[in-house]
Design a binder for this molecule. Structure first.
Ligand code: PRX
Length: 664
């Protein structure tokens, strides 16, 4: 890894230039092991050409793998940037995830091996899951939820979470799952934007041996969210919770009593399936809208191909269902494919760092899908934990959420995969609904750190500032050039923002916001975000959202937030804060501001460091030059400062930050 490449591309409408830089010259190649390729679901590269020859017909072929109540009459209506797939078709998601397997005689197959953090376990078959989903669907109806009503779900990783989601799909009520780590205020924002009338939650969940309370946050959120009529509460941790008898209903008081018989609502292919909120470049999270037929087609197909799913596999996506990975690859993809999955409630290091590996051994997990940040944490804890357990059941490893550095990739491959398991590094987003760029493990020769190539039926390019395709061997902006079935259909309630965010930078092309290098062999090397979005532990956070939370504190005059490279979490949040004149700067103030952000948004958004500064570097038009702040935070030499309104400012901040570091 000697050579280094620099591929600067200018940031266009951004105030700064973006240096897309590849410091690696990774030359290791890993062809699919012959025994793996011989048995792989996909082992003929002709699939790429077949998909390219007629992408719409190719996706229709995938859609036919689902059970439709009524066929579609038009495969794709493309009124750029608005897509409709499988128009006129009718189907039900829960029917595809459950009924059809039970009807085919696979009711006794295990859908989930669930394990709670304290060590309690539950085995749930497809037939049992279908039963529970129908009871829950009837309970939702009894609570006044009908087709088209939105339901907010704020739960720990308990079996009732997928049950709740599937019950919503059964009656045609779109859900919006809010990650349990978000604050009351973040929850309320999402409820208000989606106008949800029911919230499904739990008293709490287990995290690192402690109860992480959820119901109190719901109580606070609902005070700010008048659309909510009822709150359905799962008892999980059994601590006391406040109770409003006119609004709150225990799950165990209403769900088990219902009939296990609820006809699946025939939904239009383009009916809304769910909203999932994600951070963008402004403080307001975007409600990413996914619909029914195209989404299910895409997640089921990509799950089958990328994970080489076989009937006997035990598959574990070690993510939280509150993020899109959980939606697509813990719930909808695996269940549509009739897969047996592991569902684990807690943290990877409770009661110790062997937990994951003990789960792999006990359930004989064959496929593991995890985030680079978790892999790096395991690397830090040391290989002995993994070596303590028998991991020989594993045959395939996946990675998602952020670029995986070659060191982590190699560690994953060698220590966890015993050198025999292909590693699939999967690039995609909440907006894309499913995996877009990834190896196919029986076909693709992998290179550590590269997501390799778009999957069949997905068409990407790397373009420069003007939208022109760059030659192989160069870097630029990743774009997707053709519509795909599982693409987002919009930002809820804001079509203009949808056009502006994804489709205006490069007309006619979808712009995900990622920089990317493409090597001479056409392999894609993702380089991270090029906008004001950070990726912390594989979770997207907006700089602006955190800045608003900081200035919300009455002592803060101005704040700028940047991501800085972090060996564990990928990026870490550094906040530069100017306090109001009368405020004295103390170490406690930094702590209080960090806590304030965690309270406003959630613990994931807590800045790692708060630096107090007398000033911020700005352009003459008043835009904060985050690029320079990133340089300061990372201790790098400063890039071009010629557009600074006041060139002395950065030196002042650098001095202030050096002093802050000395104080540590
Ligand atoms: O920057 C890319 C990064 O995560 C962003 C999407 O975040 P989110 O919508 O939260 O979805 C995460 C799980 C799919 C992308 O724009 N990202 C995701 N996967 C990768 C990645 N960056 C590099 N390599 C990946 N495999």
């Amino acid at each position: 890894m000697a050579e280094s490449r620099m591929n600067p591309v200018s940031g266009g409408s951004h105030e700064h230039e973006i240096a897309i830089e590849s410091l690696l010259d990774e030359r290791r190649h890993f062809p699919p092991p012959p025994a793996f390729a011989a048995h792989a679901t996909l082992n003929d590269p002709a699939i790429f050409a077949r998909a390219a020859a007629d992408p719409v017909a190719f996706w229709e072929e995938q859609a036919r793998e689902l059970d439709w109540f009524e066929p579609w009459h038009t495969a794709l209506e493309w009124d750029l940037p608005f897509a409709k797939w499988f128009v006129g078709g009718k189907l039900n998601v829960s029917y595809n995830c459950l009924d059809r397997h039970v009807l085919a005689g696979r009711g006794d197959k295990i859908a989930y091996h669930w394990e709670g953090e304290p060590g309690d376990t539950k085995t749930i078959t497809y037939a049992q899951l279908l039963d529970e989903v129908q009871r829950c669907a009837n309970a939702l109806k009894a609570l006044g939820v009908g087709k088209g009503d939105r339901v907010a779900i704020y739960m720990p990783m308990v079996p009732e979470l997928p049950v709740a989601m599937l019950a919503c799909t059964r009656i045609g009520a779109p859900h919006t799952v809010v990650f349990g780590g978000f604050s009351a205020e973040s929850l309320s924002d999402r409820i208000n934007d989606s106008q949800a009338k029911l919230v499904i939650t739990a008293d709490g969940g287990w995290r690192r041996g402690k109860v992480s309370p959820l119901k109190p946050n719901v109580d606070d959120a609902v005070k700010m969210s008048p659309s909510v009529e009822k709150v359905l509460v799962v008892r999980r941790t059994e601590q006391d919770v406040a109770w409003d008898a006119s609004r709150d209903v225990w799950w165990h008081d209403i769900v088990p009593q219902q009939a296990a018989d609820a006809a699946p609502e025939p939904m239009d292919s383009e009916d809304m399936l769910y909203l999932l909120y994600t951070s963008g470049t402004t403080a307001k999270p975007k409600g990413i809208l996914h619909t029914t037929g195209g989404y299910l087609t895409g997640v089921a197909a990509t799950h089958r191909w990328v994970f080489d799913i076989k009937p006997e596999d035990v598959y574990w996506a070690a993510a939280d269902i509150g993020w899109v990975t959980g939606h697509s690859y813990i719930v909808y993809g695996p269940l549509t494919n009739g897969t047996t999955s592991v569902l684990y409630e807690g943290t990877p290091d409770f009661p110790d760092a062997k937990r994951w590996w003990s789960i792999v051994e006990r359930y004989k997990v064959t496929i593991l899908y995890a985030a680079p940040t978790a892999i790096r944490a395991h690397m830090k804890w040391g290989r002995a934990h993994a070596q303590h357990h028998d991991l020989s059941s594993l045959r395939l490893l996946g990675s998602v959420g952020e670029p995986i550095n070659p060191e982590a990739w190699m560690w994953y491959h060698e220590v966890i995969g015993g050198g025999r398991c292909p590693v699939v590094d999967t690039w995609w987003q909440t907006e894309t609904g499913g995996i877009m760029i990834s190896p196919l493990p029986g076909i693709t020769t992998t290179k550590p750190g590269s997501a390799t190539q778009p999957v069949p039926g997905i068409f990407a390019d790397i373009v420069d500032d003007k939208g022109e395709s760059v030659p192989l061997g160069e870097g630029g902006y990743l774009v997707i050039t053709k519509p795909w079935p599982h693409m987002l259909r919009g930002i809820y309630g804001d079509p203009q923002r949808y056009k502006d965010t994804y489709w205006s930078r490069f007309p006619g092309k979808y712009f995900p916001g990622d920089g990317c290098h493409r090597d001479e062999e056409g392999y894609y090397w993702l380089m991270g975000r090029v906008d004001d979005v950070m990726n912390v532990s594989g979770h997207r956070l907006s700089t602006t959202e955190i800045e608003s939370a900081l200035v919300d504190d009455h002592r803060v005059a101005e704040a700028a937030v940047v991501g800085t490279p972090d060996s564990l979490t990928g990026e870490a949040i550094v906040a530069f804060v100017i306090v109001k004149g009368s405020t004295t700067i103390t170490p406690e103030l930094g702590e209080e501001l960090r806590a304030h952000v965690a309270h406003k948004i959630g613990a994931i958004a807590r800045p790692k460091q708060v630096m107090f500064t007398p000033d911020l570097p700005k352009t003459r038009s008043g835009k904060i030059m985050r690029r320079l702040l990133r340089d300061i935070a990372a201790g790098r030499p400063l890039g071009d400062t010629t557009t600074l309104a006041d060139a002395t400012v950065v030196e002042t901040i650098r001095d202030a930050s050096a002093n802050a570091k000395d104080d540590d």
